[in-house]
Design a protein around this ligand. Structure first.
Ligand code: ZN
Length: 191
């Protein structure tokens, strides 16, 4: 799927909104991405995972297990496991640290594909990688539906995404949309 087609698909499902938003970080932005709104449709989630899986196959990357961070990565991670014929497990945050729980584990030397819905700063992805490495696993690739970092983050590991979004974020006091008199809305809230 081409970038434009993909953007349209996200937009049609309200997963990609343009306007004037106040993000949970407090920053203002002209773009808002909510992957859950497209991933709630299993056939669409499966199709997106298949597209990402294709990138893994065409680069001849072999993996043993998919690991994704909860909550955002769980659904797309699960679909990636289906597409690649592997198991799919997830990490959670426990007392501030990223960890595998629920009896999930990775074996020494196991080849892991880390799957995210969206990568913005890359900090949480880095935590997942570090946690897996400390268990002896080998993270061989990282994929995400959306890359909001525009490729600026280097994990030293092959990384692929379906859609690159150049998103502008502003501190409230520097937001040009606020300066024009527009009021930021908080997406996902009830009002
Ligand atoms: Zn603003």
């Amino acid at each position: 799927m081409r970038q434009e087609q993909l953007k349209e698909l996200f937009k049609k499902n309200n997963a990609l909104l343009t306007g004037h938003f106040k993000l949970s970080s407090g920053l203002h932005s002209d773009t808002y991405f909510q992957s859950a709104l497209i991933l709630q449709h299993p056939t669409k989630a499966a199709k997106l995972a298949e597209e990402l899986a294709e990138k893994i196959r065409e680069n001849n990357i072999e993996i043993d297990v998919v690991v994704s961070p909860a909550m955002g990565g769980v659904i797309i991670g699960h679909e990636m496991g289906r597409a690649l014929g592997t198991s799919a497990i997830f990490t959670e945050r426990v007392d501030g640290n990223v960890a595998l729980r629920r009896g999930f584990f990775v074996n020494d030397g196991e080849r892991v594909l880390v799957v995210e819905d969206v990568i913005t700063t890359g900090l949480s992805t880095r935590e997942v990688i570090d946690s897996l490495k400390s268990s002896g696993a080998k993270v061989v690739a990282i994929v995400s539906l959306v890359d909001r970092s525009v490729g600026k983050i280097d994990f030293g590991i092959p990384r692929y995404s379906l859609l690159s979004l150049e998103v502008k974020n502003y501190k409230e006091e520097e937001c040009p949309m606020c300066k024009n008199g527009s009021i930021a809305i908080k997406p996902g809230s009830r009002k």
